[in-house]
Design a protein around this ligand. Sequence first.
Ligand code: NAD
Length: 453
Amino acid sequence: MYPVINPATEQECAQVTLAGVTEADVAIERAHDAFARWREVAPGERATLLRGFASVIDGHIDELAELEVRGAGHTWSNARWEAGNVRDVLNYYSATPERLFGRQIPVPGGIDITFREPLGVVGVIVPWNFPMPIFGWGVAPALAAGNTVVVKPAELTPLTALRIGELALEAGLPDGVLTVIPGRGDVVGQRFVTHPLVRKVSFTGSTRVGKQVMAGCAHQLKRCTLELGGKSANIIFADADLHKAAATAPYAVFDNAGQDCCARSRILVEHSAYDEFLTLFERAVAGVRVADPASDTDSEMGPLISAVQRDRVQGYLDGVDVAFTGSAPQGDGFWVPPTVVLPVSTADRVWQEEVFGPVVSVLPFDDEDEAVAMANDSAYGLSGSIFTGDVGRALRVARGVESGNLSVNSHAAVRYWTPFGGYKQSGLGRELGPDAPDALTEEKNVFIATTKE
Ligand code: NAD
């Protein structure tokens, strides 16, 4: 048994039985059996089942949100959005089965057609920071493309995944098509990597574990998609709407207590606007409402997920120049206030490493070229924002920053209509958007001779 702890109160809120290798193997074999039938379900019927699944989720938004508020310390507005995102992503990919087109390619001597064939059993490994959306991003396109799916939620946050697994059955998804297997990463997650019947692993988590997953998959040439860490830059030019830039910057990094792979945790400000920005930013940070989300429905930031994570985050603050902080509750719970630090240089650990907590570093830059160079001086390349009034510059900088997802005068990050994924050590492959099902299929080519004997 594994205790699920409410991180805002440190009280146990549930016990979950963890599966071992034997249980994982049984579930994978059942998923493999179910694949033979699921791939034959007519496209329109598979689409209807996915829409039905979305509709059942829609009827349980508040219940799912409450599980995430109590089990992971998410704010109510985030948790409702996250449950709604599972519904929306299922609806979006419910259009896939009826549109999984191949091509007809002109060739001599016959006709040539391609098919998009499902892979088989897909293993989805989910981290603890956004348990519901990341579940949906992995599961929905995989099912839509005709695969069956086994999901391993993070040890710390299995509750919503387990409930969504039950809702899938309630919605009429056949047994074995979607199975949630709570377990340890190095046991169940690793089994997804080594089990030959799992044909693809969609992994979201740390870069360290992602590299192990990729190395393990290499033994079987198993497909894998990796969504890993980030250290995204929020680049603010002096010609930007500074009030908007300062008012939105806290939410671009302190949302989900900074436990967000897309957190804009490096703020780069053009020298001539630096002092004014910091003054406005300090006011905005002071305004972030940090409170136990379960008892304060207007809370904008909750606790960190665990004592381990809190201690890790606080470790980054040793010896650094803290410019100012916001507030945080005292007493029980894994709290760290929103914290703004001023590194000495871009070599500082807090500037380079993913803190995964409510800590943001601010440094000035002199010109556009330096801003791009500083943004790119990172092992990561996941997200980023650019604030400027000059559309040409916005596009030049967006093209120059080595990152998979950029927003101009906005912090919009992950939207299910558009591809999402990272450059460099932020990942491999893309999720979401119109092409995600392609990465969950093999492209098969068939030539049919038409020449007379
Ligand atoms: P983690 O790598 O420790 O764990 C992620 C998942 O992998 C968990 O379910 C864990 O049990 C499992 N796991 C652990 N060891 C494993 C192994 N040897 N084999 C297979 N699976 C294993 O990461 P975390 O601490 O849960 O999540 C935080 C990290 O996730 C951060 O680095 C964050 O940036 C990243 N993240 C990335 C994205 C993205 O889309 N790029 C989204 C969210 C989080």
